[in-house]
Design a protein around this ligand. Sequence first.
Ligand code: UTP
Length: 293
Amino acid sequence: MRIRKAVFPVAGLGTRLLPASKVLAKELLPIIDRPLIQYAVDEAIEAGCDTLIFVINRYKFQIAEHFDRAFELERRLETGGKHEQLRQVRDVIPAHVRTTFVTQSEALGLGHAVLCAAHAVGDEPFAVLLPDDLIWHHAGPGALRQMADRAAASGHSVVAVEDVPRDQTHRYGIVSAADASARASRIDAIVEKPKPEVAPSTLAVVGRYILHPRIFELLRHLPPGAGGEIQLTDGIAALLNTEQVDCYRFEGRRFDCGSALGVVEATMAFALERPDLAPQVRGMMRNLLAETD
Ligand code: UTP
């Protein structure tokens, strides 16, 4: 099972980050000096993907512009001798990687957004990355690469999971795993946004998936689920009826950058890791803390 295609469903409304996300796609909001989506794109490329499929809507065309060549800017940087900035602009997408854009004209849910990519994916296993789940593993391979290795070894679809506090289960898809403490395990059941008192576990699905293309046929026939939306979780539940799907506890740290708190946390964490920023940022943090104590 080799994964070449990665789907980025980015056609949601982004209500938790309003008004910042009213005009600017939340996926283009910066974590320091890189747009959120760039982190997910880099993770997909590191995992071996060479075809990136973005599911956008009419408000998100700026995402296509971000990944397009900027000839005038590049010429200016080149003639101005600004080689480092030129490299950064060109590295947005390496030359061997293709981008495709499909539209979801109505936000009918994540499952529906993934279904919109069916034609572009075709009949092969594929990855799904939700860019607002920023996953960072500075000591080794990214989360998708870890999952791709697992899928290659097992031949099964793989869903990323992590433990969440029980009072948060209503915000996630929750799995019941055959071996809940193992790094990888067969999923026995999966349910979207269960209330804490009925959640089968606290093992939550986060925004990385490797899926068999059979999921498309199942999504096509799904009725709306939680919140009246076509849920990817329900598609995975249907897939479980015919084949094994594994959950995988990735190594790394997830930041929920669909929320203001997650954006702040990711910004601080990345700033503290950057040699060019960390010393000053530490000083700033100390001063701010002292001033607000
Ligand atoms: P979220 O649940 O985070 O929703 O979607 P959202 O609209 O992006 O943000 P909030 O909750 O209103 O603040 C999870 C992922 O699924 C995509 C989103 O873009 C996000 O990447 N999605 C969701 C779609 O592409 N289409 C949909 O109809 C729904």
